[in-house]
Design a protein around this ligand. Structure first.
Ligand code: SF4
Length: 107
């Protein structure tokens, strides 16, 4: 028989089950979101591109040398994912290597 007290076992089971539900919901949500198109009117307005290396640094307002979606303060989702949600483009995924004119450094 287990050495874990019954009450502790029930508490741990509830926490584990809640964690599974939250994790499954988060993944399903991100996977269901479409990728932002560079032709999207809002993307064009913000000068969004999938590849930040194609942007002339001289055309950027912020002078920070390393700028891409992965190191932007407005990126969301999981570190390391290629496509991630962004606060500027709700309901769409941006490329971690992308960039737009709203780029801001992480604090
Ligand atoms: Fe990328 Fe940041 Fe622009 Fe969102 S706000 S598209 S994360 S550079």
């Amino acid at each position: 028989m287990s050495t874990i007290p019954r009450r502790k076992f029930i508490q741990l089971s509830a926490v584990a089950a809640a964690g599974c539900l939250v994790q499954a919901g988060r993944q399903a949500h991100a996977e269901d979101m479409p990728k932002l198109s560079e032709d999207d009117p809002m993307a064009k307005g913000m000068k969004y591109v999938h590849d930040a290396s194609k942007v002339d640094p001289a055309s950027r307002i912020n002078p920070a040398p390393e700028q891409n979606c992965a190191n932007c303060a407005l990126i969301q989702g999981e570190e390391g994912d290629e496509w991630r949600p962004c606060q500027i483009f709700p309901g769409k995924l941006v490329n971690a290597n992308g960039w737009c004119s709203v780029w801001a450094p992480k604090a």
